[in-house]
Design a protein around this ligand. Structure first.
Ligand code: COA
Length: 306
């Protein structure tokens, strides 16, 4: 299958894996390991780490609960993947020629945004030595150094790392990371993801028809056209998505109309209406607006340059 890319895709898309991707995943996994620098592991250690990787191995891990997301090119050829399970990043590998393009980051963010929906206390990863700085870059810290027995029998040192405690509160970003559980309880009828979409964790419910998904391409296209000169290299831009409970189509329409009318200057009345459509409590809306006002005065960083 050939993919037609959007201009904001940067030449790759992320999708969930399929058993047929196993062979390509094993090949890229091996190459990513072997290409790590001598500075961290000897050739013998790297070969032992890459030993015995087979296409079927991913299906076995998937059967024990690991989720895989992969980055593919326009020919649907996988060149990077991330495995995660419960609150753990189990593996993140980008083929050497595609490293440094923001692909590891994008896979990592997508894995996290999906894991957050299950509200873990923290995210953990047992990092290889060469990847420690990558995770540190995103605020993770080393808890302890550990010794791993690799598939080939040679030992290597790795580092248990953690995100630190994740806060969930109705008042810090109303409903943030709790959209799925609130929707399944019927306490939230509409959820909106303008950039990172927890598509993988929602997928089974969308398939069952318990929750509906609308991919709002026009929103993303307009955003991209308007800001393309200022978008930082490698910035994460995903198609905006709206999730809603069946029967809430009118709410979705009202929401989209409001979003399309958004002014660039802060409009707290608009925020209030949006908050109501998203089923935020009045108290959460007040807190959210107060937070926006603080952010506006601090001029927080966005994915745009300016
Ligand atoms: C670690 C790895 C997944 C990173 O993937 P990548 O696609 O090259 O990384 P990205 O381009 O997405 O980098 C994202 C950010 O992290 C930073 N970063 C990436 N690797 C880094 C490193 N080793 N040290 C410091 N910073 C790093 C980048 O500078 C970038 O910063 P920015 O967002 O400010 O621009 C990749 O290098 C890899 O596959 N390594 C070999 C296999 C491995 O050890 N995997 C980990 C197993 S747990």
């Amino acid at each position: 299958m050939k993919h037609s890319m959007n201009p904001w895709d940067n030449g790759f898309i992320i999708r969930s894996w399929d058993e047929e991707d196993g062979q390509d995943m094993a090949a890229l996994h091996r190459r990513a390991i072997l290409a790590t620098s001598d500075e961290f592991y000897t050739k013998e250690q790297r070969e032992s780490w890459a030993h015995g990787l087979t296409g079927e191995g991913y299906a076995k891990s998937a059967a024990s609960g690991e989720n895989f997301i992969i980055a593919v090119d326009e020919n649907d050829k996988p060149f990077a993947f991330c495995g995660y399970k419960d609150n753990e990043i189990c593996g993140l590998y980008v083929t050497p020629e595609h490293q440094g393009r923001g692909i590891g980051k994008r896979l990592f963010f997508r894995a996290c945004i999906n894991m957050f929906q299950k509200q873990p206390e923290k995210i953990i990863v047992s990092s290889s030595a060469p990847a420690v700085q990558f995770y540190e870059h995103f605020g993770y810290r080393v808890e302890r150094e550990v010794t791993h027995d690799t598939r080939g029998g040679v030992k290597l040192n790795a580092f248990d790392m953690t995100s630190g405690e994740i806060e969930y509160s109705d008042l810090i970003g109303p409903h943030e990371n709790r959209e799925l559980s609130l929707m399944l309880k019927g306490k939230k009828r509409l959820a909106w993801f303008a950039d990172l979409d927890p598509i993988d964790v929602f997928a089974p419910y969308v398939e069952e028809g318990v929750i509906c998904r609308f991919a709002w391409y026009d929103y993303t296209r307009n955003f991209y056209e308007q800001f393309k000169e200022n978008i930082r290299e490698g910035a994460v831009i995903e198609v905006a998505a709206i999730y809603y409970l069946p029967g809430e189509e009118a709410r979705v329409e009202e929401f989209m109309e409001l979003v399309a009318k958004r002014h660039s200057s802060p409009d707290y009345n608009w925020e209030r209406k949006i908050g109501k459509l998203l089923d935020y409590s009045p108290q959460a809306i007040d807190a959210f607006i107060a937070q926006l006002q603080t952010r506006a005065t601090k001029g927080e960083e966005s994915i745009l340059d300016n």
